[in-house]
Write a protein that binds this ligand. Structure first.
Ligand SMILES: [Zn+2]
Length: 373
């Protein structure tokens, strides 16, 4: 039996053997909390667990069930993320109602609850009873980066699974193998994707995302000599550039819907539409996040070059510009620039308009580039 669904989880042997063992011996917990850094494969592992539970062949990776889990279209796999800064009671009530419905096709249902560190007291208490005693056919997988950020009332009701960070060289090798890209391309793709391997592979296949990255690097190169009006226009140009991949996704979704429309009932079709809408919203946010990710990796490149470690550069194709900045950049100045990126990420998490977040970040980094000592 092939076990493709677990193959992508490189560097998480302990986690994989634990989860697979549980699935094979029928001892899967009713609620898990997956914790670990971005890019460690928490969501991929949750999907693999769902495959193993739905698939007649224990997670073959190629049957209809496994393929639909991977595409996010299996009717018994439900994925949620906070609609606002935190989960609100209304959203949790919707989830709880859904949890108590019977599975559509499989013998179990799997819920992936992203942002397990983003409950407030009210939404947590609306969720606790269900988390403690979900229906017997339900498996919940909560996901968070830091264990310490999850409310103890939530964490204490879950079996904790810790993911180790994936070493950068391992991630790079995997992206190269899966996409056929060369080393420098794979490196740049990972830098633009916060180290998340599936997103890096998707990046390499998306002309829109690759163009957006070039636009960001081009703007950073010119940023020091721009006037205020130029910076505002640059922010607008960046947000325009990250729109293109959203349009790419929209047309792929329209094709998907067209292909399946005549085979699906109205209810299933409406589920498909809801999922597509969620994917689009996620893609929009990811696009803006990508501006931050690429900027951050560009600043890091300047910093490692300034320290004489050119072999650690992520964006080899932008090395001319970063080398020039590196000649005059002090470490405290580089840290100020990284702070500016961190603030922009935080503003996005608090639902500040992307335009404002990007403008502020560009102005702050411009100041650093002009006074790099
Ligand atoms: Zn299968």
């Amino acid at each position: 039996m092939t076990r493709c669904v677990w193959d992508g989880l490189i560097g998480q042997e302990r986690v994989v053997s634990h989860l697979r063992g549980a699935a094979e011996s029928g001892t899967v917990a009713h609620a898990y909390l997956f914790v670990g850094p971005t890019g460690a494969g928490k969501k991929s592992a949750a999907r693999a667990l769902a495959c193993t539970l739905f698939c007649d062949d224990g997670g073959c990776g190629s049957c209809g069930d496994c393929r639909r889990v991977r595409a996010g279209s299996h009717p018994d796999l439900h994925i949620f993320a906070p609609e606002g800064v935190t989960y609100v009671v209304g959203q949790i009530r919707d989830i709880v109602r859904d949890v108590h419905l019977r599975p559509a096709e499989a013998s179990r249902k799997v819920y992936i609850i992203e942002g397990a560190d983003r409950f407030n007291d009210a939404s947590a208490s609306a969720f606790l009873k269900t988390l403690e005693e979900p229906p017997a056919d339900v498996v919940m997988v909560l996901i968070a980066r830091e264990f310490e950020d999850v409310l103890p009332t939530i964490a204490s009701r879950c079996r904790i699974v810790r993911f180790a960070p994936v070493p950068p060289s391992v991630a790079r090798a995997l992206v190269m193998e899966r996409s056929g890209a060369g080393e420098t391309e794979a490196q740049a793709a990972l830098a633009a994707s916060d180290g998340v391997i599936p997103r890096a592979i998707e990046f390499l296949g998306s002309p829109g995302r690759r163009n957006a990255r070039s636009t960001i690097l081009g703007i950073l190169k010119r940023l020091a000599v721009m006037d205020g009006h130029d910076v505002l226009m640059a922010a607008r140009e960046l947000l325009g550039a990250v729109r293109a991949p959203v349009e790419e996704m929209k047309s792929a979704q329209a094709e998907e819907a067209e292909r399946v429309r005549e085979f699906l009932s109205r209810g299933v079709m409406s589920d498909l539409e809801k999922r597509q809408k969620r994917e689009l919203t996620a893609r929009e946010r990811e696009g803006v996040t990508e501006i931050m990710s690429v900027t951050e990796s560009w600043v890091r490149d300047c910093l490692v070059m300034a320290r004489g470690a050119a072999e650690l550069v992520d964006n080899v194709d932008a090395a001319d510009a970063t080398a020039e900045v590196a000649r005059v950049l002090s470490t405290p100045a580089a840290l100020r620039a990284l702070d500016a990126v961190g603030r922009a990420r935080q503003r996005m998490a608090y639902n500040v308009s992307p335009q404002l977040a990007v403008e502020a970040m560009l102005f702050d980094i411009q100041e650093v580039l002009r006074c790099p000592r």
